[in-house]
Design a protein around this ligand. Structure first.
Ligand code: 5GP
Length: 122
């Protein structure tokens, strides 16, 4: 389906510099920053700079350069945070049933404690 992007979402405002963020890494096409309500000792959000609502929107419509940059940025953040030693979890929520709060693609990188089973409910 064709997604419609709301440019008033909070991550669009972060990308425009309208609200501050705690940046971990910025590249040509991507931005990684710390979640404002961390759910683990390491909780980094990685977003593309382009206007993509969620992962399938990005995977279907982003350019090769954006996809390469985004994937490499996730890898670089994992390296910078030293996550290979003890592991981590990548989550990307989408839509109503995925319980996505902010309608701009993001992956959560969570680490720094045992994270439990993948889905706690159901
Ligand atoms: P979602 O539920 O959409 O997958 O996750 C959205 C995430 O964005 C949540 O973990 C929430 O804490 C985080 N978040 C919401 N507003 C802000 C903000 O203004 N700054 C930062 N750094 N994170 C935010």
């Amino acid at each position: 389906m064709a997604y419609s992007y709301d440019d008033q979402n909070i991550f669009a405002k972060i990308l425009r510099g309208e609200i501050p963020n705690n940046t971990v890494l910025e590249t040509e096409h991507s931005l990684a920053f710390r979640d404002i309500r961390p759910q683990a000792p390491v909780h980094v959000l990685v977003i593309p700079k382009g206007a993509y609502v969620c992962y399938d929107d990005f995977a279907q419509n982003a350019s090769d350069a954006e996809i390469l940059d985004y994937t490499r940025t996730i890898g670089k953040v994992c390296e910078m945070e030293g996550l290979a030693a003890n592991g981590f979890r990548l989550i990307s929520n989408a839509g109503a049933e995925g319980v996505q709060e902010v309608p701009h693609l993001h992956v959560h990188i969570l680490a720094g404690r045992p994270l439990g089973r993948m889905l706690e409910h159901g």
